[in-house]
Design a protein around this ligand. Structure first.
Ligand code: HEC
Ligand code: HEC
Length: 186
């Protein structure tokens, strides 16, 4: 009795959305961005899992190379277990309050340390795009340590004559998070 209208609503919502989108909710954008790297979001939509199964799936996806840290994984798990849970109906779509860097620890750090003023993921701003940095150092095992020193102390010459200013306030842990993320953009 209740099922038919609910399905009708789901179909109407699905057809009103652009094709490769997840249900809007806190963490949807982060989930889309991470999971679209390798496959269509259809993988998520067609097969709701239980919370425990999503947790296993996320570990598996991380092993397969999804660039996400523990904090991001926690946000994604919460989102999937809420909106794509085979054991409970999804709540109504809600604004993604975690979009725009709110819950994405990397985006937060990039904003907090003003990196985003000079860098973006795929366009040159004042400095190189993070994607071209990731590509240049792919497979270079010494790159992480060199980039850490370069970001902390500033420097120039690797991409042109414009210098990057030093960032003395950034912690080792923050640097490790940012560099791990940059080096996975390739
Ligand atoms: C680095 C590439 C990569 C990324 C990024 C990725 N996946 Fe996958 N995913 C795969 C591969 C490869 C398979 C198919 C292999 C398999 O069935 O285990 C797969 C399969 C799946 C399946 C079907 C699993 C099954 O056992 O049938 C689901 C569900 C899934 N991914 C969810 C996700 C979610 C959620 C994300 C985002 C957090 C994600 N994937 C990100 C590579 C990736
Ligand atoms: C005022 C602008 C500016 C800010 C702020 C800035 N950068 Fe840069 N960044 C640059 C420039 C310019 C370069 C290129 C330097 C060069 O040619 O060696 C660069 C280079 C880099 C590189 C590549 C270094 C190399 O040797 O290949 C990384 C990684 C990087 N920045 C990360 C960051 C991070 C993370 C932050 C924030 C903590 C940050 N940047 C803040 C301007 C900036």
């Amino acid at each position: 009795m209740l099922l038919a209208p609910a399905l009708g609503l789901a179909c109407a919502l699905a057809s009103a959305q652009t094709p490769d989108k997840l249900i809007s909710g806190p963490g949807a954008t982060l989930t889309e961005n991470k999971c679209k790297i390798c496959h269509e979001l259809q993988h998520i939509r067609r097969q709701p899992l239980s919370r425990g199964e999503w947790a296993d799936n996320l570990r598996n996806m991380k092993e397969r190379g999804t660039p996400m840290d523990e904090a991001e994984m926690a946000v994604i798990l919460e989102y999937l277990a809420t909106y794509y849970n085979r054991e409970q109906p999804a709540p109504a779509p809600a604004p993604d309050t975690l979009a725009g860097g709110g819950a994405d620890p990397v985006a937060k750090l990039l904003n907090a340390h003003a990196c985003s003023g000079c860098h973006s993921l795929d366009k040159r701003v004042v400095g190189p795009s993070f994607r071209e940095v990731g590509q240049r150092y792919a497979g270079d095992t010494g790159a992480a340590a060199r980039l850490a020193a370069k970001i902390r102390n500033g420097g120039q010459g690797a991409w042109g004559s414009v210098p990057m200013p030093p960032a003395p306030a950034i912690s080792d842990a923050e640097l490790a998070t940012l560099i791990g993320w940059v080096l996975s953009q390739n």
